[in-house]
Write a protein that binds this ligand. Sequence first.
Ligand SMILES: Cc1cc2nc3c(=O)[nH]c(=O)nc-3n(C[C@H](O)[C@H](O)[C@H](O)COP(=O)(O)O)c2cc1C
Ligand SMILES: Nc1ncnc2c1ncn2[C@@H]1O[C@H](COP(=O)(O)OP(=O)(O)O)[C@@H](O)[C@H]1O
Length: 257
Amino acid sequence: MAAAAAAEVERPRILYADAGPEPPYPLRMEGAVISGFGRGSKELGIPTANLPVDAAATPWIESVKSGVYFGYASLALPPSHPDRQHRSPRSHRSHPRAAVDAPPAPLASETSPSFSTSSSTAATKEAGAGEATTAGTTTNTKDGGEGEETTKLQWQIYPMVMSIGYNPFYKNAVRSAEVHVLHAFGADFYAAPMRLLLLGFVREERDYASLDALVTDINVDCDVARRSLARPGWTPREGTADGTTGEFDGAWLVRDE
Ligand SMILES: Cc1cc2nc3c(=O)[nH]c(=O)nc-3n(C[C@H](O)[C@H](O)[C@H](O)COP(=O)(O)O)c2cc1C
Ligand SMILES: Nc1ncnc2c1ncn2[C@@H]1O[C@H](COP(=O)(O)OP(=O)(O)O)[C@@H](O)[C@H]1O
């Protein structure tokens, strides 16, 4: 067991060339966050936000191999969420490149009129009466001053690592897509609209002799994702929630719609 654990932590920590993602990546997926299997992964320090595995919405998911992937998650958190960033709508027109000391990320979306996507509709349905009309949206005037009010999604980009598959350790009968966002959130975000850009494959899913071995391997996956995504060619121009910007085109993550 000790030898197996040591072998796991010796895995390469940076994957792919520095230049950026290579075909067939990026792969896109979006939807509203749903509940998983309720195994208490939070207690393990590895909560995973699930999206439905739906071939109609995500045609590539049926043929993609099961395993661990890394990339970015974009979340439209409700205004009440503690990690929702609040900024002036006028303050985020430019996207400085590779500015290590840049201020927190710009607002991603300014003009989306409402929950118009299927994922947003699902989010609204799941959010319950109190949250339904506000989850992931904010109200602002069009020019940041007085005038007509609009409701919009505000997207925040985070690095992520995810599993697509049957979780052989648990022998699931159903294929799941589970995202561990590389950020310490102050609250859950069930029902929030989430977009995923998968940028690379990390490893195949495995069975393990113990829960500890599974957790050790997932922590290595997190390290691999963090380090691989930290390069400028892998960091979105649009900026991550911690304010880092790079050269990768992440426009889809924050587009209006
Ligand atoms: C990055 C990552 C890698 C994972 N790798 C495996 C794996 O190799 N084998 C496995 O059985 N489950 C793997 N899982 C899935 C976990 O077992 C799963 O998150 C756990 O069953 C909790 O599920 P729940 O949050 O839906 O309850 C992985 C999860 C993540 C986030
Ligand atoms: N860093 C994070 N990454 C993913 N989900 C998180 C994170 N922090 C909090 N969460 C919340 O935790 C939920 C998942 O919790 P978890 O214990 O894995 O239960 P389940 O998989 O049964 O829904 C997510 O849907 C999300 O709302």
